[in-house]
Design a protein around this ligand. Structure first.
Ligand code: GLP
Length: 240
């Protein structure tokens, strides 16, 4: 059973997770972080800024969960750009040690395997930050994803493209495909932190934490993991 922490605000969740990350880096300067995009993890990255001042973060390694396929890495909404802007630059991390899956079409046929190899070579992910989509997806593992899946290309479902259209000029600009760590990949991280805020996430959170373990709700895979902390506000916890 996951540990569930109900916090008064996203900012409080950010502080809680940031403190864990600081503790980890203090003990292990070359810790491997699993980074998430979307709006949910932003309070974590914000809370980390003042907390890493004075800490040597030059050896910290990181792997993003996912990336759009066929997007220019310099596009402002590529996850490479988002991670650079929200995490690498403000925290002063070494950009060479922070990876995102490679969504370049020219190398896409082996990009999943390459990413898996890189994670394995780093010794695995110590602490994985996760958001959850309204469809119950984690990373970009949409409903139907196998619990054994590894990093691979997936097609985004319409609901996710609609949810993410707010980051683009229009829904037509949201890519159709993504490359995402698989559920099997995510389950190998040593400690998972699943964060969710707001009423809109309540059903997905309840399904992930208490519902049947089913690939129809990919977030329910967390129930198979021995060390999960779910950090939610009252609204996201309202169906628990
Ligand atoms: C996005 C990301 C996920 C994220 C989820 C929720 O599409 N690929 O990693 O957890 O959807 O996004 P948000 O945090 O913006 O609600």
């Amino acid at each position: 059973m996951a540990e569930i922490v109900i916090v008064p605000s996203p900012a409080a969740a950010g502080v809680l997770v940031a403190d864990e990350i600081v503790k980890l880096i203090s003990e292990r300067p070359d810790a491997v972080l699993g980074l998430a995009t979307g709006s949910t993890p932003l309070p974590v990255y914000e809370a980390l800024r003042p907390r890493v001042a004075g800490l040597d973060v030059s050896h910290v390694r990181g792997f993003a969960l996912d990336e759009y396929v066929g997007i220019d890495p310099n596009h402002p909404e590529s996850y490479r750009s988002v991670i650079t802007k929200e995490v690498v630059e403000p925290l002063g991390l070494n950009p060479d040690l922070i990876q995102t899956p490679n969504g370049d079409l020219a190398t896409i046929s082996h990009a999943g395997e390459d990413y898996e190899r890189a994670i394995a070579a780093a010794g695995g992910i110590d602490l994985q930050i996760l958001g959850i989509g309204t469809s119950g997806h984690i990373g970009f593992n949409e409903p139907g994803s196998s619990f054994a899946s590894r990093t691979r290309v997936k097609t985004l479902i319409e609901q996710t493209r609609e949810d993410n259209a707010r980051f683009f000029d229009s829904i037509d600009d949201v890519p159709m495909h993504c490359i995402t760590q698989g559920l099997g990949t995510i389950l190998e991280a040593k400690h998972l932190f699943l964060l969710a805020f707001g009423e809109g996430k309540a059903a997905a959170v309840a399904g992930a934490v208490e519902g049947p373990v089913t690939s129809s709700l990919p977030g329910s895979a967390i129930q198979l993991h021995p060390h999960v902390t779910v950090v939610v506000d009252e609204a996201a916890a309202s169906q628990l």
